[in-house]
Design a protein around this ligand. Structure first.
Ligand code: AQP
Length: 335
């Protein structure tokens, strides 16, 4: 890693095939950062098991996600793309940070509240301590900037609090990360319940658009997308959340402003607009899908990337972990 460049860390859970929301809200923006920053992009499989996962599916989703990172344009020679579970320092630092995180802080996290409502039969300790593992992910690499969606801002705030608390107790140990707010990007909502965010683990397959959906499926899902009875393509998040969501998608992909979109579709019905959105999404995803297909056939190459990047991540993470272990007073390991 170049010493001069700032460090960026982010990740995604392999809790399903990633959606157009994950892509437009995060992944697409990451590809613009690789020249200017030292970037680490993790596949956070340890976070994913805070909700029950089928082992074979999790294994496949994790590998697919790594290939999707590359297919979307992340160069595995320039970015450290790796599996969280391959770097045991994440779990080791998370334990230490758990001892510097208060129950009250974790209880206030809205993601915990949402997910424990959704999975009331499995409110496990991991789900509760998710933010301290996320803090470990970030702090291990002396991260400067974390690209986060609005939904993750609260977790980043907590990471900063934990880092400051630790630094105050033991002296400068962690760099305190800042949020990276991207110029483009947006929160993409469910196609069936447009007041809820699009989530890869949504059980309603018509609510989400997977970035591996084929063109026919894309058209079908947009045709079925919930809108309103007003039939005017006009941006109004509160009164017209469904059409506003489709406009956001169209705008992020084409770069057109809402005014321009409204003008283009003036007097045209929702049917025309939905087809145009489907077309834009299909074209946006086509190169990514082709690259993903090609990568899927190159097992040896992907295996090498996984191994090499895990080694680099391990090297960097261990440096911070050893420092922290020493500061808290763990006896040195005899070699
Ligand atoms: N709907 C969305 N619109 C824009 N950005 C989104 N992100 C997630 N959903 C949207 C961003 O994607 C990144 C990776 O998220 P994650 O996999 O760590 O977990 P998540 O936010 O919980 O994503 P999902 O799809 O909702 O997963 P599940 O269903 O497993 O909970 C983050 O940067 C997030 O902001």
């Amino acid at each position: 890693m170049s010493e001069q460049k700032k460090v960026i860390f982010s990740g995604m859970q392999p809790s399903g095939v990633i959606t157009l929301g994950n892509y437009l809200g995060a992944l697409k923006n990451w590809t613009n950062l690789q020249e200017e920053y030292n970037c680490l992009y993790c596949i956070v499989d340890m976070h994913a098991i805070t909700v029950r996962q089928d082992p074979a599916t999790l294994r496949k989703n994790a590998r697919d996600l790594l290939m999707l990172y590359i297919a979307a344009g992340l160069d595995p020679e320039k970015n450290i793309i790796y599996m969280q579970s391959h770097v045991s320092a994440h779990a080791e630092l998370a334990w230490i940070l758990n001892c510097f995180t208060y129950m009250g802080e974790l209880s206030r996290m809205t993601q915990f509240k949402d997910k424990s409502n959704k999975h009331s039969d499995n409110i496990n300790v991991g789900l509760f301590a998710y933010p301290s593992l996320m803090a470990a992910d970030i702090l291990l690499y002396q991260t400067d900037l974390v690209p986060v969606g609005v939904d993750q801002k609260q977790h980043l705030e907590l990471t900063r609090d934990i880092a400051i608390r630790f630094n105050n107790a033991y002296g400068e140990t962690f760099r305190v990360p800042e949020p990276y707010i991207s110029k483009v990007g947006a929160k993409i909502m469910s196609l069936q319940e447009p007041t809820k965010k699009m989530s890869k683990s949504d059980e309603d397959i018509n609510a989400t658009l997977s970035i591996l959906d084929d063109p026919d499926t894309i058209v079908r899902k947009f045709k079925r997308a919930v809108t309103d009875s007003d039939a005017a393509v006009r941006y109004d998040e509160l009164q017209k959340p469904g059409i506003s969501n489709l406009m956001t998608i169209y705008s992020v992909i084409t770069g057109m402003g809402m005014d321009q979109i409204e003008a283009e579709f003036e007097g045209k019905g929702y049917g025309d607009f939905k087809l145009k959105v489907a077309e834009a999404v299909t074209e946006e995803l086509r190169p990514l899908q082709e690259k993903f297909k090609a990568l899927s056939k190159d097992k040896a190459y992907i295996d090498t990337i996984i191994k090499k990047n895990a080694e680099t991540a391990n090297y960097l993470a261990t440096k911070t972990l050893r420092k922290v272990q020493k500061k808290v007073g763990f006896p040195p390991v005899m070699r």
